[in-house]
Design a protein around this ligand. Structure first.
Ligand code: NAP
Length: 496
């Protein structure tokens, strides 16, 4: 263990890890751990207890600018490697992440609070992006164009765009880093990562493993500190060619505006307000089971989380009763006890649940399960089911990002689709029906980047993840996810 990381290890959590060096409270710039020159740190707390887990280095704007220099210096070397060489290094990173899975999951629970089984699932998901893009790294140029000009040869190349700024949220602190970084690195870009200051250790652990895997110094930098201080210099700097952000629509719009001055490529994975439609011909047992997953995974703190349950009036009462019964059985507790529902990330999130519940009840909704902060602690909100929620309730338009479900009946397919589409968001829609023609019709008509039919889990490295409208721009995962980090170059050669 290096003396630098030993000095900064939080003793409690580190003692529980097989490889304590993975728990790093420093930024990672140019291949080595970095404290802020000022000594500034931000406290990281465990949402399960509200107690400090440790601190993370809080770098300055000047130190953030210096990280751009490192990424820019590393760019020529990394982009100049053969695709096969980049692929081999990424594959090593994947192997090391898989080997360290249990420690990475444990670190995630300590800073994020999610149930340990979900944390393990996220590490596997995070690793799958590195594996997928290690393969994709070998095939960046596959386009060939037949010449439209006499005596000319036409080629279209995909070239790495340059330095990429990657800004990630706290709800998936590992997978959001690898979904962006593995794609960028595979394309030949070098990266600046700003993880959420609430969950920085998952990202710094990935940086430790990146160094061990042989990712060269400066190619993968994790720059920790106050978000605006770190990220604003990146949006202003013309050397940063791509900005990929996952987080709220509000901050996404801010970064969109800030990036205009240097005309960057943008990938924005923003908020959602998923409708969950259940028609009378659906398999009701399955619909209830999938509804539980769609609402309560990640304790409801998921951009794919179902916010509005629109249910055919003919089965409405039955669905409400069964869904409320299943919800009431969900267990609540600290992540390490592997409950169904863990703590929420912070007090603001709890307040939002409270506001959405109170507002809906004041407007005539009925509470069928939960409804309040749980006795487990101030950050635990009970899984909640609200029925007869009117369209003008806040929860029907604002992202709840927590374990509160809003249910309302519909009478016709046209009404259900119109209500599902009546949102500024367009990330994902869930559809439950056994009628194949309705599946086709509705899938066409739903204005969302993703449509999940008769199931909830649809994500994975090979699919293009992303939304329409104010849920964002661009796609992550799949070949498209790597292409976001490339420039297209057209070359036309006269050979006569
Ligand atoms: P957030 O407040 O927008 O924060 C996301 C990231 O942006 C964090 O790293 C945050 O850092 C940083 N940030 C905050 N203010 C910034 C600023 N002024 N300039 C630059 N960066 C800034 O979102 P969140 O609350 O962490 O995450 C929840 C949101 O993310 C939800 O809306 C959810 O739907 C969305 N989300 C979307 C997807 C998707 O793929 N579409 C996936 C997951 C989450 P700090 O935390 O250090 O402030």
């Amino acid at each position: 263990m290096s003396s630098l990381s030993a000095k900064y290890l939080p003793p409690g959590l580190a003692a529980e890890l097989n490889d304590p060096e993975l728990l790093c409270q420093l930024a990672h710039v140019a291949g080595s751990p970095r404290a802020a020159a000022s000594g500034a740190v931000i406290e990281v707390t465990d949402p399960a207890t509200g107690e400090a887990v440790g601190t993370i280095a809080s770098l300055s704007a000047a130190e953030s600018r210096a990280a751009i220099d490192s990424a820019q210096e590393a760019f020529a070397g990394w982009s100049g490697l053969l695709p096969q060489e980049r692929s081999t290094i990424l594959r090593r990173w994947y192997d090391l992440i898989v080997e360290a899975s249990e420690d990475l999951a444990r670190i995630m629970v300590a800073e994020q609070g999610k149930p340990i089984a979900e944390a393990r699932g996220e590490i596997a998901y995070a690793a799958s992006f590195v594996e997928f893009f290690a393969e994709e790294a070998k095939r960046p140029n596959i386009e060939s164009v037949t010449s439209h000009l006499p005596d000319a040869e036409v080629e279209v190349w995909r070239e790495p765009a340059g330095v990429a700024a990657l800004i990630t949220p706290w709800n998936f602190p590992s997978a959001m880093v690898t979904r962006k970084a593995a794609a960028a690195l595979a394309a030949g870009c070098t990266c600046l990562v700003h993880p959420s200051s609430q969950t920085p250790y998952s990202a710094t652990a990935l940086a430790v493993l990146a160094v061990r895997a042989g990712i060269p110094a400066g190619a993968f930098n994790v720059v920790t500190g106050a978000a605006a201080t770190i990220v604003e210099p990146w949006t202003e700097d013309p050397r940063v060619r791509v900005l990929s952000f996952t987080g709220s629509t509000e901050i996404g719009k801010l970064l969109y505006r800030q990036s205009a001055g240097t005309v960057k490529h943008l990938v924005l994975e923003l908020g959602g307000h998923a409708p969950f439609l259940v028609f009378a011909d659906a398999d009701l047992d399955r619909a209830v089971e999938e509804a539980i997953k769609a609402k309560f995974a990640t304790s409801g703190q998921d951009c794919l989380g179902a916010n509005r349950f629109l249910i055919d009036r003919r089965i409405y009462d039955s669905f409400c009763a069964r869904f409320a019964e299943a919800t009431a059985k969900l267990t609540i507790g600290p992540g390490m006890t592997n409950p169904d529902i863990g703590p929420l990330m912070n007090a603001a999130s709890v307040e939002k649940q409270r506001t959405h519940v109170a507002d809906a009840l004041a407007k005539g909704a009925r509470c069928l399960a939960g409804g309040k902060v749980d006795a487990e602690g101030p950050l635990y909100f009970q899984p909640t089911v609200l029925a007869d929620v009117p369209a003008d309730a806040l929860i029907m338009t604002e992202e709840t990002f927590g374990p509160v479900a809003a249910l309302a009946p519909f009478d016709t397919e046209a009404e259900a689709i119109a209500r599902a589409n009546a949102t500024e968001y367009g990330l994902i829609a869930y559809l439950h029906t056994m009628d194949p023609r309705r599946i086709y019709r509705a899938s066409r008509q739903l204005q969302f980047g993703m449509v999940a039919v008769n199931r909830t889990k649809v994500t994975g490295a090979p699919i293009p993840f992303g939304g329409t409208k104010q849920s964002g721009l661009g796609r992550e995962g799949a070949r498209l996810g790597m292409e976001e980090f490339t420039e297209v170059k057209y070359v036309c050669r006269d050979w006569a």
